[in-house]
Write a protein that binds this ligand. Structure first.
Ligand SMILES: Cc1cc2nc3c(=O)[nH]c(=O)nc-3n(C[C@H](O)[C@H](O)[C@H](O)COP(=O)(O)OP(=O)(O)OC[C@H]3O[C@@H](n4cnc5c(N)ncnc54)[C@H](O)[C@@H]3O)c2cc1C
Length: 456
């Protein structure tokens, strides 16, 4: 069977592109969507006659799959339990970048989807998240008028799939729709692709004695972390909890008041005239990332990851030491000090392992570089947040009402000792409470490196 279909198969004729794949950037998810659809058509599971496509989820992934299929002549139905709109729409504070996170692969500034040289159904460039969502909505409107009845999007609708008694899907899939306003007939589809996203984020901590929980900003909320004093009238004490992309991106945004892309551009600027140093540093990190990525592809998450992450982090720290020992360092050091916020707040990055978890190379590298240059002990490895209690107020689980208020945060170290410190800004980036699976079964290869090449 086609390797792309095998990697995403969640049952006969059912394919999964929801929140369990790594790497997981928006662009990666879109590429998976397009790849799966192309291979479904190539393998005869979809066609322009009777084998239609059902897509579950109308985010950027689901709509990429749907528009791609419909523009190739396959009748496509999309169902979304929510109203129209992309989740990025509500985020006015975070820049998003389509290809930056390919770094240090050499194609990162100009990577394109391979094989066809065509654009993706929903195009985008580096911008603030809400602006990207508006652009996608406009593009979607244009696609809908071009594709007509080939692209049938059913918002505020849920769907039930019929399973055969053995528990596997039938050769073609029967779907029954439920909408408060429209009555849809039961239909059969050649294939189903589930694109229901990443579920909810874990941004919450228990807050006793009130048994209420503290909730920090979601990744795609509009926050004030890039503002002066995180948008507060005086300098706050800041706690970030987590060792992955969410925590590192916010650390970078708070320490520099810039996005990772802007911070990286300034570092590259400082390396101008030091092409040899830049090439050696990039190569060192590229090799380490390549080794780690190969290991992680075959690891069992909890059992084998530690060694890969330990080595990877040591390699980044070595590359930073080499940079510090190079002729380029005075210029890079100056650039970093100029971008660091002028008066360093009390800022702690708490993470449960001795090393950072799975994250994009750029976040790991810039995070470690800033920590190496910034004054003060920022990083607290082997520690966990166990409780967040509002001081003089009761946390009601609403991030906006708690932002800037004092909180006593209890942190447990590796020996089990608990210390409590007061912070005004508390950011919890504890990963995802995965989406409730829609399809049965499990995609078989959740860690994948997608193929990219430079468009000619
Ligand atoms: C902490 C964090 C940091 C991230 N950082 C970045 C980053 O810096 N850059 C980047 O590119 N990506 C980043 N990502 C990844 C990015 O957020 C996701 O890849 C992307 O938003 C996924 O889009 P999607 O269309 O798959 O899902 P979503 O946008 O979540 O869309 C899912 C759709 O499915 C619908 N749906 C859900 N359940 C059902 C159901 N049962 N029936 C019908 N419809 C349903 C929803 O209504 C929604 O329309 C990050 C993610 C997290 C959590």
């Amino acid at each position: 069977m086609d390797p792309v279909l095998v990697a995403h198969a969640a049952g006969d004729n059912c394919f999964e592109i929801s929140g369990e794949f790594a790497p997981a950037s928006i662009r990666d998810q879109m590429v998976r969507a397009r790849l799966v659809v192309d291979r479904l058509i190539e393998n005869g599971l979809l066609d322009n006659e009777s084998l239609s496509l059902l897509v579950i989820g109308a985010g950027s992934t689901g709509l990429t799959a749907a528009i791609r299929a419909a523009s190739l002549g396959v009748r496509t139905v999309v169902v979304s339990k929510d109203k129209p709109g992309f989740r990025l729409r509500r985020c006015l504070s975070r820049d998003v970048e389509p290809t930056l996170y390919d770094w240090p692969a050499s194609h990162w500034p100009e990577a394109r989807f391979p094989w066809a040289g065509e654009t993706m159904p929903l195009t985008w460039e580096a911008m603030v998240a809400s602006r990207i969502a508006i652009d996608w909505s406009n593009q979607l409107r244009a696609w809908r008028s071009k594709l007509g009845s080939l692209l049938d999007i059913r918002y505020s609708t849920t769907v039930k799939l019929a399973f055969s008694p053995s528990g596997s899907m039938r050769d073609d899939v029967e779907a029954t729709f439920n909408s408060p306003t429209v009555t849809y007939a039961t239909e059969r589809f050649g294939a189903v692709v589930s694109c229901i996203g990443w579920g909810s984020e874990s941004c919450e901590a228990i807050s006793t004695p009130h048994a209420q929980s503290y909730r920090g900003f979601d990744f795609w909320d509009t926050d004030q972390f890039q503002g002066l004093n995180c948008g507060l009238s005086s300098q706050p004490n800041i706690l970030i909890s987590g060792g992955g992309d969410g925590a590192l991106q916010d650390l970078i945004r708070i320490l520099t008041r810039k996005s990772a892309a802007q911070a990286f551009a300034l570092i590259l600027d400082a390396l101008r005239g030091h092409a040899g140093v830049l090439a050696a540093m990039t190569e060192e990190i590229r090799e380490a990332e390549d080794i780690a990525r190969r290991a992680l592809s075959w690891n069992l998450h909890e059992k084998h990851d530690a060694m890969a992450f330990k080595r990877l982090e040591a390699a980044h720290i070595r590359a930073i030491a080499h940079l510090q020992g190079s002729a380029a360092w005075p210029s890079v050091d100056r650039a970093i000090k100029a971008m660091l916020i002028p008066s360093m707040p009390l800022i702690h990055l708490v993470h449960s392992k001795p090393y950072f978890a799975q994250c994009y190379p750029l976040n790991r590298f810039i995070g470690l570089l800033l920590i190496a240059v910034a004054a003060g002990e920022i990083r607290k490895p082997n520690t966990r947040v166990v409780r967040v209690v509002g001081k003089g107020h009761i946390c009601e689980g609403k991030p906006r009402t708690c932002h800037g208020k004092a909180h006593d945060v209890s942190i447990r170290d590796a020996a089990g000792a608990i210390t409590t410190t007061t912070y005004d800004v508390v950011i919890l980036r504890h990963g995802l409470v995965g989406p409730k699976r829609f399809l049965p079964g499990k995609a078989v290869r959740v860690r994948q490196i997608l193929p990219y090449c430079v468009q000619q």
